[in-house]
Design a protein around this ligand. Structure first.
Ligand code: FMN
Length: 286
């Protein structure tokens, strides 16, 4: 493994390693308003929800150029401690990128990027009409990171209200990721689109004790057929199922490479149909 730290890497390169490593990052399209009433819009991908109760979003701003001037978004929030956060889906990526250009502070970035300003209910900055999820936030805290020139500033916002387009809600009133078509930022100039074919589900029963990797028989741990994920899936089967089969089959195990191979393929089939009982019984059925 290549070791990378600020001791052996320039700040610029280190920044790229950070950007390329923690991916995909969601993109906050942040709407603010200047003290002269000019609407401002800019994307930030050092961004996340950091708490649900209380509901808090956080994003981070670097400074501009060598002089280290504050970005308009930060100046605006310091003067008017409110902002909107609008989530960026695939149809909004190009206008979002346009809004990242450093236009002068008296330029309305809604107009430049082509986004439609939508009045917020509780705060003065506009929401972005085209975005399917829009947050209204009031400033909770501004925290400076860095030693000398304030390398970076964290902005925490209390979510006053969240607007969700009805078209992305399921019948059970949950946000449907298949309909959101959300985008994320990767390293360099790359982005990711969370398209339906890249979404999968994991139903792990967190309130039930799992078997755990350590209890799996050696032939499963050493398997050249089963993948690490399939072995992990076996280890996630509830312990009580493991105990049921371990007790009844433990005297029966006779391993040959041929029956091992057949057995591991059969285990895979059982996992594909989410048949925990069958998968666990098979691993002792040799
Ligand atoms: C997808 C994307 C993500 C970005 N993420 C950040 C970020 O996390 N922090 C940051 O300081 N700048 C980020 N930028 C750059 C800002 O959007 C850019 O500096 C912008 O001009 C700031 O606008 P403002 O001066 O109106 O606040 C990002 C740009 C893009 C395109």
């Amino acid at each position: 493994m290549k070791e990378i730290s600020l001791d052996n890497t320039s700040r610029k390169d280190f920044h790229q390693f950070m950007l390329g490593s923690v991916i995909p990052r969601p993109i906050a399209l942040v709407g603010t308003i200047s003290r002269y009433g000019v609407p401002n819009l800019a994307p930030f991908s050092y961004f996340n929800a950091v708490s649900s109760i209380p509901p808090v979003l956080m994003f981070s701003l670097s400074r501009k150029g060598i002089k280290g001037n504050k970005k308009d978004t930060l100046l605006n929030i310091e003067q008017n401690p409110e902002f909107t956060v609008n989530m960026v889906s695939y149809p909004q990526v190009w206008p979002m990128v346009l809004s990242s250009v450093e236009f002068p502070s008296d330029v309305d970035e809604f107009k430049k990027s082509g986004f439609s300003p939508l009045e917020s209910k509780y705060i003065s900055p506009f929401r972005v009409k085209e975005c399917l999820i829009q947050f209204e936030c009031k400033l909770r805290e501004i925290k400076e990171l860095g030693e000398n020139t304030h390398d970076c500033t964290l902005v925490f916002g209390d979510v006053v209200c969240l607007h969700v387009d009805e078209s992305i809600l399921t019948e059970s009133n949950r946000i449907d990721p298949f309909k959101l078509d959300i985008t994320g930022r990767l390293g360099k100039e790359y982005y990711a689109r969370i398209a339906p074919e890249s979404i999968f589900s994991i139903q792990m029963q967190t309130n039930v004790m799992p078997t755990g990797y350590d209890l799996l028989p050696e032939h499963i741990k050493q398997s050249e057929i089963l993948t690490a994920n399939e072995i992990g899936r076996l280890a996630a089967i509830p312990l009580e199922i493991y105990e049921k089969y371990y007790q009844s089959f433990q005297n029966k195990i006779k391993k040959t490479s041929e029956n091992l191979s057949l057995n591991h393929h059969a285990v895979r089939e059982a996992l594909l149909t989410s048949d925990d009982d069958k998968a666990m019984s098979l691993i002792f059925d040799l």
